[in-house]
Ligand binder design. Structure first.
Ligand code: FMN
Length: 360
């Protein structure tokens, strides 16, 4: 059955359509990271920030484009790294990257992805390479070298999982069903398949990594380094002091801490601490153009979307990813117009009606 993507009107409808197509085990996995408690907290935190319209501003031309790490993209919305894309579409991350490129933005390839950097880079033109710090530095070194050749324009190190916490039962059962597929066959993770001789699985993640190790990683390539999973301003300051080009304020859908501080609450403190020194992005629970506007108002340069990307991919492959991005872009254009912002640079905290403490 071909899905009429144009008939889907928002991210919630994308989810409903996608979940009819998704294999049960993968759906259970996606929906039980953090048991959705973290998601509910994030959604509530974003929506609690009410928006204030502005009157009689000429908003004939609204431009959502922004520059991230020196690259112009059509919208401040990037796809987040995500395990398991091939369970919802045979081209997996290749289709996600193509969809993001078609929409004029960039995608982030998970190191736990099933389609390799070379194919994703070829399809995308440009992409960001996500990394987990595994104990075998040879694996990390090799993946960085492959990413450089494949056309990655940034490295994105996820820093919020020093240990892999116990999975709650529904996720554990889903993981057990999915894991054999991640080791072998069409869904195999490239980092497992391509480094079979390395003790990869048993040594992920490396709990001993510290700020001092970043120098080594930065020295592997000339690519800018983004740190994903920062919630505390103290860590954002350390990221800056250790040469990161950007941080992503993210709680990883609750994969680490199930009661993590919502990103909407963490973001302003991080922007105030380092926003003039490095780029700050945000993900976790961004589900509408209004949420994008809220994050930008708090000082994020861009947002990332994780589950909405997977829902787009499940609903329509590359075209579905493109459509979900365009839909959010259109919603952003609309809320920008109604709140009196023609350019992303015009958005600031004065657009937020609540909570008052954030307003300037
Ligand atoms: C099933 C699942 C897989 C994920 N895989 C990765 C990953 O491989 N690397 C990573 O850094 N984050 C991963 N994330 C976290 C996402 O990149 C993102 O931070 C999180 O889903 C919050 O954004 P969202 O609310 O838009 O989904 C994953 C999240 C989920 C739910």
């Amino acid at each position: 059955m071909t899905t009429d993507l144009e008939a889907i009107l928002d991210v919630a409808e994308f989810r409903a359509v996608a979940e009819r197509e998704m294999p049960e085990n993968y759906k259970a996995f996606v929906n039980n990271v953090g048991m959705e408690q973290t998601l509910e907290d994030d959604l509530r935190a974003w929506s609690s920030m009410h928006l204030r319209p502005r009157a009689l501003v000429d908003v004939t031309h609204v431009d959502t484009s922004v520059t991230v790490l020196g690259e112009r993209i059509s919208m401040p919305i990037i796809t987040a790294p995500f395990v398991g894309s091939t369970f919802v579409h045979p081209d997996g991350e290749i289709a996600t990257a193509s969809g993001a490129t078609a929409a004029g933005t960039v995608s982030t390839l998970s190191m736990m992805g099933s389609r390799p950097p070379e194919k994703v880079g070829a399809a995308a033109g440009r992409y960001w390479q996500q990394l987990y710090w595994v104990r075998d530095r040879g694996v990390l070194r090799d993946i960085v070298a492959r990413a450089v050749v494949a056309g990655a324009s940034a490295l994105c190190l996820t820093v919020d999982l020093p240990v892999m916490p116990s999975f709650p039962r529904p996720m554990r059962e889903a993981w057990q069903a999915l894991f054999p597929h991640w080791e072998n066959g069409e869904h195999a993770m490239y980092a497992v398949r391509d480094y079979r001789d390395k003790p990869f699985g048993a040594t992920f993640p490396d709990p001993g990594v510290t700020w001092a190790d970043l120098e080594w990683l930065k020295g592997l390539s000339g690519l800018p380094l983004i740190l994903k999973g920062i919630i505390c301003p103290e860590d954002a300051i350390l990221a800056r002091d250790h040469g990161a080009a950007a941080v992503i304020v993210s709680n990883h859908a609750g994969q680490g801490l199930k009661s993590s501080q919502p990103v909407a609450h963490a973001l302003p403190g991080i922007v105030d601490a380092v926003g003039s020194d490095l780029e700050v992005y945000a993900d976790s629970g961004i589900r509408s153009g209004a949420d994008v506007l809220r994050a930008l108002a708090l000082g994020a340069k861009s947002v990332l979307i994780g589950r909405p990307t997977i829902w787009g991919l499940a609903a329509g492959g590359a075209a579905g990813v493109e459509r979900v991005l365009q839909l959010l872009q259109t919603e952003l254009e609309e809320v920008m117009a109604i709140t009196g912002a023609c350019r992303v640079e015009d958005i600031n905290r004065s657009v937020l009606g609540f909570p008052p403490a954030y307003a300037r």
